[in-house]
Ligand binder design. Structure first.
Ligand code: PMP
Length: 360
């Protein structure tokens, strides 16, 4: 008899962005910048930092299992009931909770090709079949996606904007697609990057959660600058959140994270600043790529996917030797592509200089 479950043998672990310290150590470099994991380059919100420092002397106690203050603040922020908010140790954990709550052997999940890899990785841990629709023009093709749904589909994942392409689906297309998906299927709209949207036709997705099996995923890891303390949340109708609550660990969001997230949510000035740095950085990258004759995918997120026109892993390694960590797209099968996260102005300029050297 095998020791581990058969499907675990087939799981490909998530490959995280290369850490700064590891790069310094391995390459003996002093100055290294990381533009690889779509983090906030401005640091955490100062208000969050102060709140986290202030709560440290209380970490001998367990955190509030109900996350009372954070859920209340989020409920107010989104004008929903507290019972419609589920907190997670990052939205990654909520993806896991979704499988714990909804998946039964024989069920499948539907998503797109070239999307956030955690959907397929967690699905494989649970032994779920993942049915993927191809992208169209680097964008989720919701028609193709709807066609992949069958009688055993339990969950549909739509990352909007998508990672790693940065593209988004507009309100009309999304609503048409939601209309085609059977009511018994849970549709997950992963909006990790919604703070960086700069278009008018992005769906106001909160209006889909009432009376339907639509679950929104949000995170404090990007615009709020709290990736390191791990907080994400889901919004859905109370009954669904109630089922998901049964499947989470009692202290899944730690005390420091709860305090940091509460304070970050109120720091509107920091959010405004982050958004303006990201929007300016995207434009800077577009101009750089255009000047260099490099094809890129216009993005609504805090990163840009571009085609280096040669082996992406080699370009990644060369950029690394200049102290710049980006992400090659080998795992996604995009051999000549790389994804660069918007950094500070100085970081973006350092990336530009390194790229020009590497590709010249
Ligand atoms: N969804 C998407 C689309 C992402 O890109 C990420 C982060 N890479 C996550 C969810 C997970 O974010 P976190 O677990 O940090 O909240």
């Amino acid at each position: 008899m095998a020791l581990v479950k058969k499907n675990i043998l087939k799981v490909t672990p998530y490959a995280a962005g290369k850490p700064i310290e590891e790069t310094r150590r391995e390459l003996g470099l002093k100055h290294v910048i990381k533009l690889a994991s779509n983090e906030n380059p401005l640091g955490p919100s100062p208000r969050a930092l102060a709140a986290m420092r202030a709560c440290l002397s209380g970490v001998n106690r367990y955190p509030d299992s109900q996350g009372y203050y954070l859920r209340k603040a989020l409920a107010q922020y989104h004008s929903v009931a507290c019972g419609q908010v589920l907190l997670g140790n990052g939205s990654d954990e909520i993806i896991d909770i979704l499988f714990k709550t909804f998946f039964e052997p024989g069920d499948n999940v539907v998503t797109s090709e070239t999307t956030f890899l955690e959907y397929a990785i967690i699905a494989s841990v649970y032994g779920a079949e993942v049915r993927t629709a191809p992208l169209r023009n680097f964008t989720y093709d919701l028609n193709a996606l709807a066609k992949k749904i069958d009688s055993r589909t339990k969950l549909v994942f739509i990352a909007n904007p998508n990672n790693p392409t940065g593209t988004y689906v507009a309100r009309k297309e999304l609503e048409r697609c939601l209309g085609r998906i059977p009511a018994r299927v849970a549709v997950v709209l992963d909006e990790a990057y919604d703070a960086f949207i700069d278009v008018k036709d992005y769906p106001a997705s909160l209006r889909y959660i009432a009376g339907r099996n639509v679950i929104l995923l949000k995170t404090f890891s990007k615009v709020y600058g709290l990736a390191g303390v791990r907080v994400g949340y889901a919004l859905a109708r109370e009954q669904l959140i109630g089922y998901m609550e049964r499947c989470r660990q009692p202290f899944n969001v730690n005390l420091v994270a709860q305090a940091g997230a509460c304070a970050a949510l109120k720091d509107r000035e920091f959010l405004r600043k982050t958004r303006s740095v990201v929007l300016a950085g995207r434009s800077f990258f577009y101009s750089l790529f255009e000047r260099m004759g490099i094809a890129y995918v216009p993005s609504q997120a805090n990163f840009v996917l571009f085609d280096a026109g040669r082996d992406g892993v080699t370009v990644f390694k060369k950029l690394l030797s200049h102290g710049v960590i980006v992400r090659d797209m080998q795992q996604y099968g995009l051999r000549t592509f790389l994804r660069v996260t918007v950094g500070t102005k100085r970081e973006n300029e350092m990336f530009a200089r390194a790229l020009e050297k590497v590709l010249s």
